[in-house]
Design a binder for this molecule. Structure first.
Ligand code: NAD
Length: 501
């Protein structure tokens, strides 16, 4: 039996896929879209439509925001003790772990990613993040200050700050880590006492909908998490410009992030924008070329390069350039390409036809401009949205392939002669999400870290996230931070209290 069929059988057993048409989830139950329309969910490995989800518009958004508002004001949620929110979040993390087979299979089915990655990251790290945020529910705190307010004579003051839930949250998320990124928004929002309307990508709505059911099963009040499916320019735009939304937490492209930022300012909604990247990896002269080549391969090809922090620009000291380039090309050629359901696969398909064509378009343009294809550059396999892992060199800083996010298994490799040149090349990009340095020269590394304009700097590793370590961008890679204390605090307002006694 083909592994894909086996997984479909597993899915059919749990019943979720059997419901081929999936409605929105509003106020604790399935809620058909007002339009009666659906968008298709396509398995990128087979190009087959495997499900459909509601194609929502502003009428559905209205219902969902109203439910989130009612629930936010209702004492069942607003007066719930932080320790009870902690308990519910902890229960949710257990349910996510208990449904690891189903959730990871759904993730592979709708996004194409390797099921092992879905299990480890989307489900495993996702559940761990919910546990991490469960702990924060009881640890949000303000400060008591010593007042310096002069007079009137005889008056004393008590001044302090408190953190309060910001209110109704609009969470809009992409298709590359659908469940994990949804949890990056939902878990801190619920820990802080907010309510949420989640808009998953139209390409990957299934795990978000399943999450909403698990939230109910965990014992949260109905309306705490609502899921509205549909396209960005309809459902997404209606949600992010809704005047009753207090905070927008968005992960996606820089272009859409800017539109959402404008809409947020219009309503003075608070916002966190986690946007695109074009992250450099810098290999210094002392690095072990073989290790750096393997590390770079992991940095770019993980999840088919569909990672916001993917190391898509590799700058190598000229003295070891040829060795690193050769090692990287060999690593790329050794990757086994196939369905995410096949345990032997190391590189799955891209998530959609639209994206597959976009990535191939980037490669064709680079080629036409004179880039040399060291390996890859073509569609892989006959069906499905598979692209060969691609290594390009002989590129220059003005090319689109060097400047713009491809979001696929495509890397450009560029030599440099000294560290100052490496810094200049690495920072010469509008994005600033992440960077990595490959070297064991402690002094050089420490001097380099502050010079890189990036929200995260890795050393001798790349793409490693910790639930406690904030993630976000410098420059056009975004605004605010996901993960860590910074994330949960971003779902609060800071209230100042001054009392004359
Ligand atoms: P996208 O911006 O096209 O879409 C993201 C989400 O926004 C989807 O749910 C989409 O339906 C919605 N959307 C689209 N247009 C909208 C609009 N006008 N108003 C409101 N919502 C709208 O991005 P994508 O292609 O789904 O995801 C890939 C992008 O996400 C890449 O740029 C990647 O770097 C970025 N990303 C960033 C991070 C991070 O932490 N910084 C993490 C993962 C992905």
């Amino acid at each position: 039996m083909h592994p894909r069929d086996l997984s479909l059988e597993q899915l059919a057993k749990v019943g979720f896929l059997a419901r081929h048409r999936h409605h929105n989830f509003i106020d604790g139950r399935a809620s058909p879209a007002a339009s009666g329309l659906f968008t298709p969910v396509v398995d990128p490995a087979t190009e087959l439509v495997v499900a459909e989800a509601s194609d929502s518009d502003e009428r559905d958004v209205e219902l969902a925001v109203a439910s989130a508002r009612r629930t936010f004001e209702d004492s069942a949620w607003s007066a719930m003790l932080p320790a009870e929110r902690e308990r519910l979040l902890y229960r949710l993390s257990q349910l996510i772990d208990e449904h690891a087979d189903e959730l990871s299979a759904l993730e592979t089915l709708q996004s194409g990613k390797l099921q092992a990655i879905a299990r480890m990251i989307d489900v495993g790290s996702g559940a761990a993040f919910v546990r991490y945020m469960a702990g924060w529910a009881t640890k949000l705190e303000g400060q008591t200050l010593d007042p310096s307010i002069p007079g009137p004579p005889g008056t004393h003051y008590i001044i302090y700050t408190r953190r309060e839930a910001v209110g109704v949250v609009a969470a809009v998320v992409p298709w590359n880590f659908p469940l994990a990124i949804a949890l990056w928004k939902v878990a801190p929002a619920l820990a802080a006492g907010c309510t949420v309307v989640l808009k998953p990508s139209e390409e990957t709505p299934l795990t978000a909908l399943r999450l909403a059911e698990l939230v109910m099963q965990a014992g949260f009040p109905a309306g705490v998490l609502n899921v509205v499916c549909g396209r960005g320019h309809t459902a997404g735009a209606a949600l992010t410009r809704h005047p009753d939304v207090n905070k927008i937490s968005f992960t996606g492209s820089t272009a859409v992030g800017k539109q959402i930022g404008h809409a947020a300012v219009e309503n003075m909604a608070r916002m966190t924008l986690e946007l695109g990247g074009k992250s450099p990896m810098i290999v210094l002269a002392d690095a072990d070329p073989a290790k750096a080549a393997l590390g770079a391969a992991m940095g770019i090809f993980f999840n088919q390069g569909q990672v916001c922090t993917a190391g898509s620009r590799l700058y190598v000291h000229r003295s070891i350039f040829d060795q690193v380039l050769r090692g990287l090309a060999e690593a790329a050629q050794s990757l086994k390409i196939g369905s995410g359901f096949d345990a032997a696969s190391q590189l799955g398909p891209l998530a959609s036809k639209r994206h597959f064509e976009r990535v191939l378009g980037f490669i064709a343009e680079a080629r036409a401009e004179g880039a040399r294809v060291v390996t890859g550059g073509e569609r892989a396999l006959a069906g499905g949205y598979f692209v060969q892992p691609t290594v390009l060199t002989d590129v220059h800083a003005g090319m689109r392939i060097v400047r713009e996010e491809v979001f696929g298994p495509v890397i450009v490799v560029i030599p440099f002669d000294d560290v100052d040149e490496a810094v200049r090349l690495a920072n010469d990009n509008p994005m600033g999400l992440a960077a990595s340095i490959w070297s064991n020269d402690l002094s050089a590394v420490h001097r380099l870290i502050p010079r890189l304009k990036a929200g995260t700097v890795w050393v001798n590793t790349h793409n490693m996230l910790d639930n406690g370590l904030p993630l976000g961008g410098y420059k056009q890679s975004g605004y605010g931070r996901d993960l860590g204390r910074a994330a949960v605090e971003s779902f609060t307002e800071l209230k100042s209290v001054c009392m004359a006694v």
